[in-house]
Design a binder for this molecule. Structure first.
Ligand code: SAM
Length: 286
């Protein structure tokens, strides 16, 4: 059996390297035992905002040197941190949740790995996953797409690009932009089941599901406060019979190559592309 217990609580300092530590997304009780242990035993904490992380550490009774770090950090700051990781245990945290997930850290982790520095992850809260689990939407396949673009045209294009993805789509969203995004989803991805997961793990946690139109109407009447994860269910498969599929393949073959026709019908029906390709070859020979 692999070890499932946290490292034993000790005051010994940690081996040098980079430690990616997830922190709570609202409820401070969601800090993990390992996160506390690593924060206690590390030499330095690299964080997005020293005030936010300072408060968390104070709550935990921990005092450590804090180094402000984000993806716009000067190369000199990044280089210094990489150099320090060779002899010190450096913890990377963001303001809330899992670092790197729509948060700083990507460059630092890449560079640390390239430099041969040991990198360890201490997983924990992540709003995207918390929202997904609460939404009741299919979770066997999901695509996390970060924040939608702010500008209307770019937002519509981003949604259109995701229209064919057979998975639940997960976005981060803000209160003031929620209704605009819901309206765009109603237009570009009609008929989908949508969920708005708000203030996760906090006092006013709520998860509301419905059509994009109904949710847009609700949040127009009740402007949402706080932090939001917006989720869009996968496209419904058209229940296609063999005859339907043949008809669709014939129609597609009139303008497309065989492989394109098979892919097109597979996307529309959810039927197996390879089987559709074989059937399309038969239809062509008839
Ligand atoms: N790295 C973080 C994580 O693991 O969840 C996300 C950081 S991203 C800059 C912040 C966004 O995450 C917010 O704008 C919101 O969309 C979402 N978020 C964070 N905390 C949340 C919460 N408690 N409830 C709902 N959404 C949350």
């Amino acid at each position: 059996m692999s070890s499932t217990s946290p490292e034993p609580a000790t005051n010994e300092s940690l081996p040098a390297g980079l430690y990616i530590v997830a922190t709570p997304i609202g409820n401070l009780g969601d800090i993990t035992l390992r996160a506390i242990d690593v924060l206690k035993r590390c030499d330095r904490v690299a964080c997005e905002d020293t005030r936010v992380t300072g408060k968390l550490l104070k709550h935990l009774g921990i005092s450590k040197p804090l180094q402000r770090y984000d993806d716009h950090a000067l190369d000199s700051v990044r280089d210094r941190l990489i150099a320090q990781m060779r002899s010190e245990a450096i913890t990377l945290v963001s303001d809330a949740g899992t670092p790197l997930v729509s948060d700083p850290g990507y460059d630092l982790v890449r560079l640390a790995r390239e430099a041969g520095v040991s990198v360890t992850t201490i997983p924990g809260a992540c709003a995207a996953i918390a929202g997904l689990t609460l939404s009741g939407l299919p979770n066997d396949r999901f695509l996390f797409a970060g924040f939608l673009p702010v500008k209307e045209k770019a937002r519509g294009e981003a949604l259109a690009e995701l229209a064919g993805v057979q998975a639940t789509l997960v976005f981060y969203e803000s209160g003031p932009r929620l209704v605009k995004s819901l309206t765009a989803i109603g237009e570009v991805l009609p008929g989908r089941e949508v969920a708005v997961a708000r203030e996760l793990t906090k006092l006013h946690e709520e998860c509301r599901t419905g059509s994009a139109g109904d949710l847009a109407a609700h949040y127009t009447a009740h402007p949402p406060k706080g932090e939001i994860v917006l989720l869009v269910g996968p496209p419904a498969h058209v229940e296609a019979s063999a005859e339907d599929a043949d008809g669709m393949l014939r129609e597609a073959l009139a303008t497309m190559k065989t492989s394109q026709a098979a892919a097109h019908v597979a996307k529309a029906t959810g039927l197996d592309r390879k089987q559709l390709y074989a059937r399309a070859m038969e239809l062509k020979d008839q």
